[in-house]
Design a protein around this ligand. Structure first.
Ligand code: PMP
Length: 389
């Protein structure tokens, strides 16, 4: 195992050796991390649902009625009535014929990329900043793959014009996870229709955040009836864990019989399913949470810009603070933590070289005073490190 010492030494040299901090208690806008109380700007708990009393009650009730686990994959006997009910609820929420729940957003992306585009005559076209799970799904797919520069619609057109295909799928994040910008979905749909392609949108960071009651980017752009493969996550705004694909009945029927993570990995415990179901109800009943999330996002983003930080192209509650240097980004994150603010440094190769950054994500649960405290500390540490004047 000596080779691992060499690998680890290399990771340490490149500043890529990770040692996760530890959260005590539940994920909250102000949390206890490594024993210290900090304003938490790192989680995807957009709607502050992870500790919601109704979600906790739903989880506990499901344990009493359905036990703690299924001990089976979905196609054996791991499909409980709760799973079916959640899928029905999600399909109605998304305005699609059907829906299939997977163990995570990662697995549903892998399943759809690899499972829908299956032969070298197929073409899988992907934005360069799509999530790692789409990249891994593409690697597993036997299709021909093409990647277009971020949101570059001329380049996408050129790929569609110059490649012959049996089937084609264009894949994009709805909201890009490191930059917080939004995919140009109307243009992508028009190109897809012109060339006979289908579109898959990964709305991991748009679920609960964008569109009517958090239905996602297709809803935001009024394209719900046109986007064929709509991916959502249950791990972020919804507050538990999981992913789903919503679309036509035949899409769901096909994936039910063929998607490898669905067929070969056990299903969610009932408590998780019940939690997700309760979360969808809350998203419908408490739209004020989404309004507050956006109010907080605007306030925090404007504050960062006013201080002189480069927040890139962000249009959503994900706001990067671009530093451009790995060591400096890590030092910034570490000093902020000392001062009571947790914002994670995201560095090369997760983002491009010279794009090292702190990624901040606000939640609907942050109070104005939490965000103002964080802004004050960003200003103080930013000046101390010479990042702003
Ligand atoms: N897609 C995107 C864009 C993501 O940011 C993530 C989570 N980091 C995922 C998919 C995977 O979701 P999950 O955490 O549910 O596996």
């Amino acid at each position: 195992m000596k080779f691992l010492d060499d690998e680890i030494a290399q990771l340490q040299k490149e500043g890529r050796f990770l040692k996760p901090r530890v959260l005590t208690g539940h994920q909250a806008p102000v949390s206890v991390v490594d024993g210290k109380k900090v304003v938490n700007l790192t989680s995807n708990n957009y709607l502050d649902l992870t500790g919601h009393p109704k979600l906790k009650a739903a989880a506990k009730a499901a344990i009493d009625t359905h036990g703690v686990g299924t001990a089976a994959v979905r196609t054996i006997i791991g499909t409980q009535d709760l799973h079916v009910a959640l899928e029905k609820k999600l399909a109605a929420f998304k305005g699609t014929e059907a829906c299939l729940v997977f163990q995570s957003g990662f697995t549903v992306n892998v399943a759809c990329c690899a499972g829908l585009m299956t032969a070298p005559e197929d073409l899988l076209v992907s934005d360069e900043l799509n999530h790692a799970s789409i990249i891994d799904g593409s690697r597993l797919s036997k299709a021909t793959k093409k990647v277009y520069p971020h949101k570059d619609m001329k380049a996408l057109r050129a790929i569609l014009e110059t490649n012959k295909f049996r089937r084609c799928m264009i894949v994009t994040d709805g909201v890009f996870s490191m930059d917080g910008d939004i995919a140009p979905l109307p243009e992508i749909m028009d190109l897809a229709d012109e060339f006979g392609a289908v579109v898959m949108v990964d709305d991991a960071h748009a679920s609960g955040v964008m569109g009517e009651n958090g239905r996602g980017t297709p809803s935001h752009f009024k394209l719900s009836h046109r986007v064929q493969v709509q991916i959502g996550t249950l791990s972020k705004a919804v507050g538990a864990v999981g992913g789903y694909v919503a679309g036509e009945r035949r899409l769901i029927d096909y994936l039910t019989s063929t998607a490898r993570p669905f067929l070969f990995s056990s299903s969610h415990p009932p408590s998780v399913i019940a939690t997700c179901s309760a979360a969808i109800d809350i998203m419908l009943e408490e739209p004020q949470r989404i309004a507050k999330l956006w109010e907080n996002a605007r306030h925090f983003k404007e504050g960062l810009k006013k201080l002189g930080f480069d927040t890139g192209a962000s249009e959503t509650p994900i706001t990067p603070v671009i530093i451009g240097d790995t060591k400096k980004a890590q030092a910034f994150s570490s000093r902020l933590f000392d001062e009571g603010v947790f914002a994670l440094a995201i560095c090369f190769p997760t983002v491009g070289r010279g794009k090292d950054r702190l990624r901040t994500i606000v939640s609907s649960g942050h109070k104005a005073e939490d965000l103002d405290f964080a802004l004050e500390k960003f200003g103080q540490v930013g000046r101390e490190l010479g990042i702003i004047k």
